[in-house]
Design a protein around this ligand. Structure first.
Ligand code: ASP
Ligand code: MG
Length: 410
């Protein structure tokens, strides 16, 4: 019997009525002759509320205790959903992350999954029961509770699908699929019927909130058939798969954007060969993600180094670099906040020169100043003032005609 993993996000479980609706969807899949593993997030805004509670007590909670706190959110959902399934006459068992066999590295608040022990889960499925597993949480080999980073339930679902050899992993959410851009900001955005892992990975990394980037990475590496769909409507969602052959001629598939970006500049970095690795290994050791990096030569054999990070990491980044100031050898640090990153993504870019030029022209025509740029084979990102983010996204979406069905898609 084939296995299906179906994940429900917090917004699809925000009330007990929605939990009952999710239960019905699960039962339909079960009745079609599948084993079902449901993976759930915390109800509604629970995780934010728990973060708020901690914030009323301390500005600097221990990461271990945050994990202990946040892991409770998903536990509420697994038990309530299991009760709903039972009430509807199905046999179901709720499982915490560790009971579901999710083993992670020893990192609090952003742990990676290192192993999935499926024995217990498989037993439950063999008994004909529905398994309801908590997303977002796991356990270290030493028995410490960890979480996988915000939005991490998607990763739990994909990891379980991979480990169980599931035929499909459906991510049920409050949107009907993956869009060419976020419709809340870009009203012309349109749902895509399919998208490649690589494009989805870029979009997710660049701030398209619909899927957790690590989930996409995991799906790609383990060839998990992934689908994003509505938790309530029956309409087909977006399939994420290896090669989207009929659409591969499309140059740009989506516009992603992300607010809350800081540009940090380290001034007067000594030209010692050790300077650059020292800065980035210090940041990496503190799990601070660096995005765009620009190095420029100045007089007297010194360099200025700019890089972008998320606002939330700014304080910690300054602190850890200042601590190493003498060892690294730099003069001072400055931060510019209030920035956003707008990106265009599409695997057709590789073979089409001039895409970046067109992007820069579109932004220049709108008088939007570009502060940093980065490119890869399938994306171009520009850092701009936060105030210009929406206008930039809309004009790029228009310029690359993403709102109309492309001939290659028909
Ligand atoms: N509840 C967690 C969060 O809000 C994990 C998730 O929803 O995927 O980030
Ligand atoms: Mg999510």
């Amino acid at each position: 019997m084939g296995t299906v993993v179906i994940k429900f996000g917090g917004s699809s479980l925000s009330t007990t009525d929605k939990i009952k609706q999710a239960a019905k969807r699960i039962i339909n899949i079960k009745k079609s002759g599948k084993n079902v593993v449901a993976v759930v997030s915390a109800m509604g805004k629970t995780t934010d509320q728990l973060l708020g509670l901690a914030g009323q007590i301390t500005d600097n909670p221990a990461k271990r205790e945050m994990d202990m706190l946040l892991a409770t959110g998903e536990q509420v959902s697994i038990s309530l959903l299991t009760m709903a399934l039972t009430e509807m006459g199905e046999q179901a068992v709720s499982l915490t992350g560790w009971q579901a066999g999710i083993v992670t590295e020893k990192v609090h608040s952003n742990a990676r999954i290192v192993d999935v022990k499926t024995d217990h889960l498989e037993e439950i499925l063999q008994e004909g029961k529905i398994a309801v597993a908590a997303g977002f949480q796991g356990v270290t080999e030493d028995g410490e509770i960890t979480t996988l980073g915000r939005g991490g339930s998607d990763t739990t679902a994909v990891a379980l699908a991979a480990a169980l050899g599931a035929e499909r992993c459906s991510i049920c959410t409050d949107v009907t699929g993956v869009f060419t851009s976020d419709p809340r900001y870009v009203p012309q955005a349109r749902k895509l019927s399919s998208i490649s892992y690589d494009e989805m990975l870029e979009l997710a990394n660049l701030g398209a909130g619909v899927l957790h980037p690590r989930a996409v990475e995991f799906a790609k590496n383990h060839n998990v058939s992934l689908e994003v769909r509505s938790s309530v409507e029956d309409e087909e969602g977006t399939v994420i798969e290896e090669e989207v052959s009929m659409e591969k001629n499309l140059i740009v598939r989506g516009v992603a954007f992300e607010d809350q970006i800081t540009r940090m500049t380290v001034f007067g970095l000594s030209n010692e060969i050790t300077g650059l690795p020292a800065i980035f290994s210090t940041l990496a050791a503190n799990h601070i993600d660096v995005d765009i990096i620009i190095q420029s030569q100045i007089e007297g054999g010194k360099t200025n180094l700019s890089f972008s990070i998320k606002n939330k990491d700014r304080q910690e980044a300054v602190q850890v670099l200042e601590q190493e100031k003498d060892a690294i050898g730099f003069e001072h640090i400055e931060c510019e906040t209030g920035l956003a990153k707008v990106s265009i993504v599409g695997s057709g870019m590789v073979s089409n020169p001039g895409v970046a030029a067109k992007m820069f022209q579109v932004l220049a025509d709108k008088n939007i100043q570009i502060k940093m740029v980065s490119t890869s084979e399938i994306k171009v990102s520009a850092v701009v003032d936060s105030d210009c983010m929406t206008e930039a996204a809309q004009s790029l979406h228009d310029a690359f005609e993403l709102g109309v069905l492309q001939s290659a898609e028909k």
